[in-house]
Write a protein that binds this ligand. Structure first.
Ligand code: MN
Length: 132
């Protein structure tokens, strides 16, 4: 058994190239091959969100606190809140983030395929974000 003590892993700002607004990420686990498991806590300040992106093997989000928004390409923006589980299929183009007024933190869980966890696409525009 391995215990990774709280405080031993640094929280980092999410890269500006893939996110809009202030987003912090704290790794939970990134297992070595043949495992594909990766999980992280991601915290979005109000208005903050990912860019559009896909995950080769899909992704599951567990909303730990707050309220936010998520959208798959071609579908309406949906409200998400603490306790919700959101699942995206392999290759499903989507984004997720906080609401415009409320911060949101989720645990993000996804598997790598050939070492790739995500393919990053264009930013979510203010009009797309405000469509809810
Ligand atoms: Mn995602």
């Amino acid at each position: 058994m391995q215990i990774i003590p709280c405080g031993s892993v640094a929280t980092v700002q999410a890269p500006e190239s893939y996110f809009t607004g202030r987003v912090s990420q704290t790794p939970i686990i990134d297992r070595e091959e043949p495992s594909r498991l990766r999980a992280a806590m991601v915290s979005f300040e109000p208005g903050a969100r990912t860019a559009w992106h896909t995950h080769p093997l899909g992704q599951t989000l567990y909303v730990v606190s707050g309220a936010g928004l998520a959208q798959s390409w071609g579908e309406p923006v949906r409200e998400i809140k603490a306790g919700d589980v959101i699942s995206f299929g392999p290759g499903e183009k989507h984004w997720h983030g906080a609401s415009s007024t409320t911060a949101m933190s989720h645990m993000a869980m996804h598997e790598a395929l050939n070492g790739v966890h995500a393919e990053w696409l264009e930013k979510v525009t203010d009009d797309q974000y405000a469509a809810k």
